[in-house]
Design a protein around this ligand. Structure first.
Ligand code: FAD
Ligand code: NAD
Length: 472
């Protein structure tokens, strides 16, 4: 008999959720993870909890309070003097949130009787995992199934080597101990926009260089255009079609960034530079190919639709297999794989994975964009509702943006919902559910929404698909 039914390698949102679901299903489960927290101790939760989703949202919230007080408190009759930000306290708050949540995963492991194996996991056979732990102690465990959930790490650029002083990746940008006067960001993706927003709100002069000519290329064009205009207004100086050519460090630590845009060679001097140009799969130390697991040309582990690798009892989930590099996608894959290992027939609907960018206001979407439908020759109808016409958004003082509901012309089935506006990250859940149930715009339009709520804007946009919007 093997030591375990399942060994999960990696305890990010893919791996730890897979481990919990395996244990719930009665499988004897262990989870190997090599993350070490800022206190030097092993920390569960992977990128998401330690240096990703959670710490970035903690800083986004802190910086939002500061920005809001500065720019909008007076609208509410709130007076303040000598407003300032103590970055050390803000960072300590973030660390406390991270610690509480990562320790929480430890408690969940205990509750579910999952063995946590701290250390580096390596495949030494199709049913054997080697764990290199503290002091290079090596143990080998046997198992019936293996789930690889080793995530991803920041992509590097030779033209801008990270030195963790002047040039940093997302992890460094979450840990600045003072507000840089000037900040450059390479890449206007989710990280560039979110972390660029944090430091911009706290007073940095932020310049973002994006290689692509389109802003948020995956998003609906009208939503992306509205977001671009608003973020520029907030002070993010975003340059599209800007390709980095080189960086030079001065003796004082400032960075001269040279880039090419349609007008020729440009340069920019900044105190700090964030490199946020994507993430690459983390398979270096796994020894995966030696046991028959296949890795594609881009470095991602190859899997079938049920996340099974070329070796039948080895599965892979989350960032390490590519697709949307999102925590909730990794977790849902973890659940599907655990249930399939336990003999169930779970599936995952990739068409309804929601995307959110946590700027202010937020950008969120699910399903297809108008541009994708046009290109595919699918006939559609669109209902659109501006937050400016929402009573609740007015009461909040946040009237920026809109909701767009796109439905198939013939069947009225919802094909996509796109939001730029306050609480888009929460509002999108209704659209995901409607699409998951293969709902129509009429279904949303016939659903009673409480008044006054932001969700009424979704209702109005759905009514708009058939030209029946009431308040605009
Ligand atoms: P990870 O979370 O990367 O976890 C992998 C784990 O495996 C790590 O602990 C790693 O140390 C461990 N590991 C790797 N190799 C080995 C090995 N050989 N042995 C043992 N352990 C190993 N996504 C969202 O959905 N929403 C957000 O708001 C969001 N914000 C983000 C903000 C930032 C700054 C960053 C960087 C990412 C953000 N993401 C966000 C992306 C999200 O963090 C990832 O999609 C998610 O963490 C992927 O989960 P995972 O389980 O696949 O891998
Ligand atoms: P990204 O893929 O979202 O964006 C990277 C951007 O950098 C792209 O727009 C790309 O065109 C640009 N780029 C690439 N090379 C460049 C170059 N040499 N010069 C200028 N621009 C260049 O990647 P990211 O922002 O680094 O985020 C990494 C991953 O983490 C993403 O897959 C994202 O889904 C995930 N993430 C998600 C969230 C969220 O869900 N809110 C937040 C942060 C990160």
């Amino acid at each position: 008999m093997a030591d375990y039914n399942v060994i999960v390698i990696g305890a990010g949102p893919g791996g730890y959720v897979a481990a919990i679901r395996c244990a719930q299903l009665g499988l004897k489960t262990a989870c190997v993870d090599n993350w070490v927290g800022t206190d030097g101790k092993s920390a569960l939760g992977g990128t998401c909890l330690n240096v990703g989703c959670i710490p970035s949202k903690a800083l986004l919230d802190s910086s939002h309070h500061y920005y809001h007080l500065q720019k909008h408190a007076a609208d509410h009759g709130i007076q303040h003097q000598g407003l300032s930000i103590d970055v050390a306290i803000m960072q300590a708050r973030k660390e406390k949130i991270v610690k509480t949540l990562t320790q929480g995963i430890g408690s969940l492991f205990k509750k579910n009787k999952i063995t946590h194996l701290p250390g580096l996991g390596r495949l030494v056979g199709t049913t054997e995992v080697e764990v290199i732990g503290d002091g290079n102690k090596v143990d080998i465990f046997t198992t019936d199934y293996i789930i690889i959930a080793t995530g991803a790490v920041p992509t590097t650029l030779t033209a801008a080597p990270v030195d963790n002083q002047s040039i940093v990746d997302s992890t460094g940008a979450l840990a600045f101990n003072q507000v840089p006067k000037t900040l450059g960001v390479i890449g206007a993706g989710a990280i560039g926009l979110e972390l660029g927003s944090v430091w911009n709100r706290l007073g940095s002069k932020v310049t973002i260089l994006e290689a692509l000519p389109d802003f948020l290329a995956l998003a609906d064009r009208k939503i992306a255009d509205a977001a671009f205009k608003e973020l520029k207004k907030q002070g993010l100086d975003i340059h599209l079609g800007a390709t980095l050519t080189s960086t030079t460090l001065s003796s004082e630590g400032t960075v001269t960034v040279t880039y090419q845009d349609k007008t020729g060679e440009q340069s920019l001097v900044v105190d700090k530079l964030i490199v946020a140009v994507g993430r690459k799969p983390n398979t270096d130390s796994l020894n995966a190919t030696a046991v028959g697991v296949k890795i594609n040309q881009r470095g991602f582990i190859e899997v079938n639709e049920h996340r099974q690798t070329a070796v039948a009892n080895i599965y892979a989930i989350g960032d390490v297999i590519g697709g949307p590099m999102l925590a909730h996608k990794a977790s849902e894959e973890g659940v599907m794989v655990a249930e399939r290992i336990a003999g169930q027939h779970s599936e995952m609907s990739y068409q309804t994975v929601p995307w959110v960018i946590y700027t202010y206001p937020e950008v969120a979407w699910v399903g297809q964009t108008e541009e994708q439908l046009k290109a595919a020759g699918i006939e559609y109808k669109i209902g659109q509702f501006p937050f400016a016409a929402s009573g609740r958004a007015r009461a909040h003082g946040d009237t920026n943006g809109m909701i767009r509901v796109i439905a198939e012309a013939k069947t009225d089935r919802i094909l996509g919902v796109h939001i730029f506006g306050i609480s888009a990250s929460e509002l999108i859940a209704e659209a995901v559910l409607a699409m998951e149930f293969e709902g129509s715009a009429e279904d949303l339009a016939r659903t009673i929404h409480a008044h006054p709520t932001l969700a009424e804007a979704m209702h109005e946009a759905a009514l708009g698909v058939d030209g029946r919007t009431i308040h605009a």
